[in-house]
Design a protein around this ligand. Structure first.
Ligand SMILES: [Zn+2]
Length: 307
């Protein structure tokens, strides 16, 4: 396992710790896993940041199960996630939410945007967009607005939300000043796919607003999503300020971040190998550069990593 290039030098880490301690007390942050697999070491690293920072600045942690994509959710994983968190000693949460309990939230906000003329049906497949725009196949594909004026009434169409040009700037607590232009990065945002699933950015933006989140702590793989989530907040009239900290990821190799496919790092597997919760948390903290050595850290002591 090798560290990514985003790890901090000791003095930068010291500055971040200092900055964290200037945050107000009583913020609400969240831990938001998807029940599409078992928790792995990458989740443990994220949990170290979420609970460790929350302990150190007296913030509340909300647990949110992000099961918006019904095509990828598998039965049993939510229960397994909760068991793993209890085993790690991290179940002290202020609230518990599940996205599939909030379909009405997504539906009503979509309808509100539609009545403002901001939502339109789109039948384009990823391949069609790629063929039209000539863009190579990569994760981030910009939608070209093809269906904006077509007036599809197809019930099996996806739904897109107009994203007008808007510069979204924010000061990330880990990565510093960020400036993003969602209309240039992704174009009009798919908010419901052709199978009827609400999409990640749409659901999460509405959840963060409704659940009163004011500090988002998550991995740097989600950094490009943040501008569009800020633009969604603006479109839906959310005025509460939201702070962000995008933490380093654990890399399996220099090109590839750790994923659910890597069964060998699932917390269940590590537990079967005889690792204690404190050893796993310590290993995760070490892998993202918070500890010089992989020494054990018990859940209640995570705050020490951020002070
Ligand atoms: Zn389209």
């Amino acid at each position: 396992m090798k560290a990514g290039s985003t790890q901090c030098e000791a003095h930068v880490l010291a500055e971040i710790r200092q900055q964290l301690q200037t945050l107000p007390r009583g913020l609400r942050t969240r831990f938001a896993p998807s029940p599409t697999g078992y928790l792995h070491l990458g989740h443990a690293a994220s949990a170290v940041f979420v609970w460790g920072i929350a302990q150190s600045i007296e913030a509340d942690v909300v647990l949110r199960i992000e099961d918006h994509d019904r095509g990828r959710v598998r039965p049993g994983y939510e229960k397994a996630i909760l068991e793993d968190l209890i085993w790690l000693g991290l179940m002290k949460t202020a609230d518990f939410f599940r996205q599939s309990d909030h379909w009405d939230r997504y539906e009503s906000q979509m309808e509100a945007a539609r009545s403002r003329g901001l939502v339109y049906a789109c039948t384009c497949s990823r391949r069609e967009i790629m063929e039209r725009t000539g863009e190579a196949s990569h994760d981030e594909l910009r939608y070209d607005g093809h269906c904006r004026t077509r007036g599809h009434a197809d019930h099996h169409a996806g739904l897109r939300l107009r994203l007008d040009p808007m510069t979204c700037a924010f000061d990330d607590l880990w990565t510093g000043r960020q400036v993003q232009r969602p209309d240039e990065q992704c174009g009009d945002l798919l908010i419901r796919d052709r199978d009827g699933n609400w999409t990640y950015n749409f659901a999460v933006s509405l959840d963060d607003a409704a659940e009163d989140i004011d500090l988002v702590i998550r991995g740097q793989d989600l950094l490009p999503a943040t501008g569009r989530q800020l633009q969604l907040r603006s479109i839906f009239g959310v005025t509460k300020p939201l702070r962000f900290l995008h933490h380093p990821l654990i890399w399996e190799s220099p090109e590839r971040k750790l994923s659910k496919r890597d069964g060998s790092t699932s917390l269940r597997h590590l537990r079967e190998q005889g690792l204690s919760p404190a050893m796993i948390l310590g290993q995760a903290a070490h892998a993202v550069g918070l500890l010089d050595r992989p020494e054990p850290v018990a859940a209640p002591e995570l705050k020490g990593l951020f002070k």
